[in-house]
Design a binder for this molecule. Structure first.
Ligand code: NAD
Length: 347
């Protein structure tokens, strides 16, 4: 007997469908709802099967597979990171991912994840900042004004009310693009001539630069007491953004230590340097911000559970969305053991 018809096709969320979903909800509502899914999964962190992502490095980039599994759902994401891609009109980061039913192993959703990665990265950053940033923060410096930047801004406004942004990028065209997009969305935007100018008066600093090297985007003298740093661009071995001295002064929060020790800013530190896991703060097992002068750092590299949450959220939205494409991805012979017979009959 073949499987019920609905199980043999897999809903496919194309880039076009993802854009429709984001526009239908509004990006900030999407980010807020996605953040709730991420928090829910971070609270049950211990019950996931977890592994550091599997990375294939090459001179100009990296290709990674990121799996995570829970009681009933399994997810993986394919993602790349190629900072030189923008020179040939390509994205630095592209991705797609799959959600599957643990009970049968059958895929239940295939989705583009280039847009979704930007959304989930921004939502995770804002969730971390909700617990760690100074409560009265209004202004964020945004260093690196490429593909991720507007998403970060929107998530911080949606979750923390941050509406003043100070932008800097080594490429002024990137800052012009980001400033124009964000001004259209009602942000109070200041384009700055350098990092030092951008961090002036900012309670939060987000670094989202792309360069395959250990860079010093932010130097120690620019980090004042009480600042929250959201460092998302250092996410590969040999690719960091912060001066090491900042790490020695900051309270460091990470996603999954075995992965971040290799990929994050903390690759600059000895392997036993104390760091804390973000999920514990979200689950109430560790405090959020501990005082007005504490320097907090979310050393973000991106972890598979965030993609699991994002796919789970999109699956729930797509269930309510008419006209989503279905893919003929699963062979369905009348007799499950007669797989070859299906080809014979088709001929
Ligand atoms: P992008 O290439 O679109 O933009 C990067 C921007 O950084 C460019 O505009 C570039 O000019 C700028 N830049 C490079 N060096 C700089 C410097 N020294 N000072 C100021 N600006 C500089 O890349 P993107 O898609 O926006 O991604 C940004 C970074 O975030 C990448 O490194 C990417 O790997 C990383 N990322 C992390 C996560 C995560 O979960 N932590 C998720 C997605 C992307």
């Amino acid at each position: 007997m073949s499987a019920p018809a609905a199980l043999n096709v897999v809903p496919f969320v194309s880039v076009d469908t993802m854009m429709k979903l984001i526009n239908r909800h509004g990006a900030e509502r999407f980010l807020t709802e996605l953040a709730a899914y991420i928090e829910e999964d971070f609270r049950r962190w211990e019950s996931f099967q977890k592994t550091a992502r599997v990375a294939a490095h090459s001179p100009d980039g990296v290709i990674e597979l990121m799996p995570a599994s829970h009681d009933t759902l399994y997810a993986f994401k394919y993602v790349n990171g190629h900072p030189k891609n923008t020179r040939s009109g390509r994205q630095t980061v592209t991705a797609f991912g799959l959600l599957a039913d643990v009970a049968t192993g059958y895929p239940i959703l295939l989705s583009e994840m280039t847009l979704l990665t930007a959304m989930r990265t921004a939502a995770t950053s804002a969730v971390a900042a909700k617990y760690l940033a100074p409560p009265a923060a209004r202004t964020m410096a945004l260093i690196g004004n490429g593909a991720q930047s507007e998403f970060q801004a929107l998530a911080f406004r949606a979750l923390l009310g941050i509406d003043r942004l100070r932008l800097y990028d080594i490429d002024p065209a990137a800052t012009r693009k980001c400033a124009a997009n964000l001004a259209r969305l009602g942000f109070d935007v200041t384009a700055c001539a350098g990092v030092a100018e951008a961090v002036q008066g900012a309670q939060i600093v987000t670094t989202a630069t792309a360069d395959k090297q250990c860079a010093t985007i932010l130097s120690d003298n620019l980090v004042g007491a009480g600042m929250h740093i959201n460092a998302i661009g250092g996410d590969c071995p040999g690719k960091t953004e912060l001066h090491r001295d900042i790490l020695l002064r900051a309270r460091i929060l990470v996603e999954y230590p075995p992965q971040t020790r290799v990929e994050g800013e903390i690759q600059q530190l000895p392997p036993d340097h104390p760091v804390e896991e973000l999920w514990r703060v979200i689950a109430g097992q560790a405090p959020g911000r501990r005082g007005a002068s504490e320097i907090t750092l979310f050393d973000s590299v991106g972890f598979a559970i965030e993609d699991f949450s994002a796919l789970r959220y999109v699956r729930d939205q797509v269930l309510l969305m008419p006209g989503v494409e279905k893919l003929d991805m699963l062979a369905d012979p009348d007799d499950p053991r007669d797989l070859f017979g299906m080809i014979l009959r088709a001929a």
